[in-house]
Design a binder for this molecule. Structure first.
Ligand code: FAD
Length: 458
């Protein structure tokens, strides 16, 4: 039996980041991970492999759409799917090995195997029981099930199966127009698959700024994705998806070679023994925590996808660092008001803070500064001038309340606004900051100018 200061269950972005910070703060730290590789959902079957495929297929799309316009002539490359898969595996492998290196460098012990918590202060891995002053649950999430749908990861797949299909399918139905469904749908649409997205609600990407969502849907349609909106899926048999339109109860069917079920994820805490331990859970399966990540069991903490909040890698990482600081007797904190969300399609979509819909509902007086990428020379040069930057600021104080961007590099641009929001900046603060020309960032500045006396290039 080994004794540690901290044992973390799960080596996803929450768990591994927390472990490194714990070690940096002088705590003797171990991580239990049942997978063969570190990095969790994000590195193995989530953020990273999906971005590799998005990158490869983005280039293919560029060749087809834009190369000729730039005088780059010649035949388009053919797709070697096995090689693309190997590239993806290489990217994943390099990153998971990188975490192993960081664990060694920081002297974090990897306890290999699936862990459980037989008693407060104890973690069991295989036949070994280890003790720790603090235990952190960072066991993440798994795809949620859809009634009437059996996943076989061959014809009916989750995102995990969609990342490793044996061949590029001719057709695909994606159930759910959320981030994961649209990213994977984009990948296959660019590879020539006929992609139809079936969504229960009347708008894609629920919770997103409505104007951005509308523009995004229009652009995706132009890229060849089809949408069936307001459709409640009844059952899936083989590749046959039966649905009922919510507005008129009309029933219909659609058939495809592969069906991707992308209707969300649920916390994964199976096998930990939380019920026997008496850990309080929330109705949606998350571990209940207070604002210091503490469960109701002394010394037991939880973070990441296993607890409430957006299921995002960087939210898990931030919580991982904060809980480490708290365990080490410092002041860990996460500002949940400034957690960006990004969709890595082309164009990218990014947002932070409040949406206009939320501000309206809260009865808050706000102003909108909007700037189209059409007025941004750099965006026009890369054929991505369709989107816009929308900045929301308090009507009286000019303090930035949110930003919503659809356009080139949106996933990076959003951080300028995140930093501004962390510092309680006004739209004028952004507007008065010199931005290099020609950059996409100028569009953010122009949106800030539009909150005041007006944008220059609109
Ligand atoms: P996870 O990453 O789920 O890690 C938990 C780990 O715990 C797993 O490795 C699991 O094996 C291990 N584990 C579980 N139980 C035990 C046990 N009993 N013993 C030992 N080990 C255990 N988020 C973003 O921010 N950006 C993106 O671009 C993005 N893209 C995504 C794309 C896809 C296809 C998917 C599926 C998800 C994506 N996400 C993205 C979400 C992101 O992956 C998660 O929010 C993030 O991984 C959560 O981190 P975590 O540390 O809480 O848990």
């Amino acid at each position: 039996m080994a004794e540690f200061d901290v044992i973390i269950l799960g080596a996803g972005p929450g768990g591994y980041v927390s472990a490194i910070r714990c070690a940096q703060l002088g705590l003797n730290t171990a991580v239990v991970e049942g997978r063969d590789t570190l990095g969790g959902t994000c590195l193995n079957v989530g953020c990273i492999p999906s971005k590799a495929l998005l990158n490869a297929t983005h280039h293919l799309h560029e060749v087809h759409e834009n190369f000729e316009k730039m005088g780059l002539m010649g035949g388009a490359p053919t797709v070697d799917w096995d090689k693309m898969q190997a590239y993806k595996a290489d990217v994943v492998g390099g990153n998971t090995k990188g975490i192993e290196f960081l664990f060694k460098k920081n002297k974090v012990t990897w306890l290999k195997g699936w862990g459980s918590i037989p008693a407060a202060g104890q973690v069991k891995v295989g036949d070994e029981v280890h003790s720790a002053k603090a235990i952190v649950i960072a066991t993440g999430s798994e795809p949620s099930a859809l009634p009437g749908v059996t996943v076989d990861e061959k014809t009916v797949v989750t995102s995990t199966g969609a990342l490793t299909l044996p061949a590029i399918p001719k057709s695909m139905v994606v159930i759910g127009a959320g981030v994961i469904g649209l990213e994977m749908g984009s990948v296959y649409a660019r590879l020539g698959t006929q992609v139809t997205v079936v969504e229960y609600l009347d708008a894609i990407t629920p919770g997103m700024d409505a104007e951005v969502a509308k523009t995004f849907e229009r652009i995706l349609k132009k890229q060849g994705l089809k949408f069936v909106m307001g459709a409640a899926v009844q059952k899936v048999e083989g590749g046959k998806v039966s649905y009922k339109l919510r507005k008129n109860d009309k029933e219909a069917e659609i058939e495809a070679e592969v069906v991707l079920v992308a209707t969300g994820r649920r916390p994964y805490t199976a096998g930990l023994g939380l019920e026997a331990l008496g850990v309080e859970m929330l109705p949606r399966g998350q571990v209940k925590i207070d604002d210091h990540f503490r469960t109701n069991i002394p010394g037991l903490y939880a973070i990441g996808d296993a607890v409430p909040g957006p299921m995002l890698a960087h939210k898990a990482e931030d919580e991982g660092m904060a809980v480490a600081e708290i365990i080490a007797g410092k002041h860990g904190h996460v500002n949940y008001g400034v957690i960006p969300g990004v969709i890595y399609t082309t164009p990218e979509v990014a947002s932070v803070g409040a949406t206009e819909e939320q501000l309206k509902e809260a009865g808050r007086a706000y102003k909108v500064g909007k700037f189209p990428f059409m007025g941004n020379a750099r965006a026009k040069a890369v054929f991505q001038a369709e989107g816009f930057v929308k900045l929301l600021a308090d009507a009286a104080t000019d303090r930035i309340l949110g930003a919503h961007i659809i356009g080139p590099g949106a996933g990076d641009l959003i951080h300028e606004v995140c930093v501004a929001m962390e510092f309680g900046a006004s739209a004028q603060d952004l507007a008065l900051t010199c931005h290099a020309h020609p950059t996409y960032s100028e569009a953010v500045r122009e949106a800030a100018l539009a909150c005041g006396d007006g944008a220059i290039h609109a």
